[in-house]
Design a protein around this ligand. Structure first.
Ligand SMILES: Nc1ncnc2c1ncn2[C@@H]1O[C@H](COP(=O)(O)OP(=O)(O)OP(=O)(O)O)[C@@H](O)[C@H]1O
Length: 257
């Protein structure tokens, strides 16, 4: 059997905001087309790790890194990397919908238009496909020109996913999956993620261990040390990581979620 190369390979990666070390020596190979959960106590660096995977951290502060993160073999921290392209290929969805105050159509079209001009019919097709893939088309097809901000919170979150999908990412990063959504809206997002994983690698941060169990193939469990620096504790199949988190030796750890 031919061994697939990982979608993302993290090698001895450390990250600092200013002089403060946030993450230390993280190494993980993230397989293609799988769903990966990131868990750990508050403040252990889960979001920082997620945002390091497409260099979003650099929009939030003075960042220094050590080690490498390779995306299909290329080090994303190389100087010549095209950051716009990287963030299209590895796209991030934030915990709260961050839509533009524009129409539903224009929100999805936004990133596509940045890449280059396309005939209207082609753009329409891309928008429809992205909205279908985000399981939103039926709900919005008759009001594409209405403001995106009129949608419910769950619909807005699926619109953010459609906007990301429109530029054909290979990896989707999701911070605090379903934060603030009711159980029905959350379930819809979970079903959507399951569907998308046949074509994409999906990495999400969650504090909800039942959701992690239901949804993910692998789990990266982070912890922090006595100096409050985040470290990878374990990366393995979700079943194995959650079993470890709940066994008596680690009950104290599991209680911290
Ligand atoms: N932009 C930033 N500038 C400086 N420090 C930051 C910045 N963002 C996060 N940190 C620090 O990095 C550490 C890890 O934060 P991060 O948000 O990654 O943790 P987390 O595990 O995702 O937490 P939570 O589960 O509470 O969301 C914290 O000590 C936080 O204060």
């Amino acid at each position: 059997m031919i061994k697939q190369i990982p979608a993302i390979s993290v090698k001895n990666f450390s990250c600092y905001y200013d002089t403060q070390k946030i993450l230390e020596e993280v190494s993980i190979d993230i397989p293609q087309n799988k769903i990966i959960a990131i868990i750990g106590p508050s403040g252990c660096g889960k979001s920082t790790f997620l945002k390091s995977l497409n260099r979003m951290t650099e929009l939030e502060g003075e960042v220094r890194v050590e080690g490498r993160i390779e995306f299909f073999g290329q080090n994303i921290y190389e100087r010549r990397i095209n950051l716009n392209r990287l963030r299209r290929q590895i796209s991030i969805i934030y915990p709260r919908p961050n839509l533009f105050p524009m129409s539903i159509y224009d929100n999805v079209a936004y990133g596509v238009k940045l890449i280059g001009w396309r005939p209207k019919a082609e753009l329409d097709e891309i928008i429809e496909l992205a909205l279908k893939s985000a399981d939103l088309w039926e709900e919005v097809k008759n009001k594409l020109n209405k403001s995106a901000l009129e949608l419910s919170c769950g619909q807005q979150q699926r619109l953010c996913i459609a906007r990301a999908l429109a530029v054909k990412p290979q990896v989707l990063l999701m911070d605090e999956l379903c934060a603030g959504l009711d159980p029905i809206a959350s379930r819809k997002i979970e079903e959507l993620i399951e569907c998308l994983s046949s074509e994409l690698t999906i990495i999400f941060v969650s504090h909800n261990l039942q959701q992690v169990y239901r949804l993910s193939d692998f789990t990266a469990s982070f912890k922090y040390n006595e100096n409050h620096i985040g470290k990878l504790q374990e990366f393995a199949s979700t079943k194995k990581v959650l079993a470890n988190a709940f066994n008596s030796r680690n009950r104290d750890y599991a209680m911290r979620f």
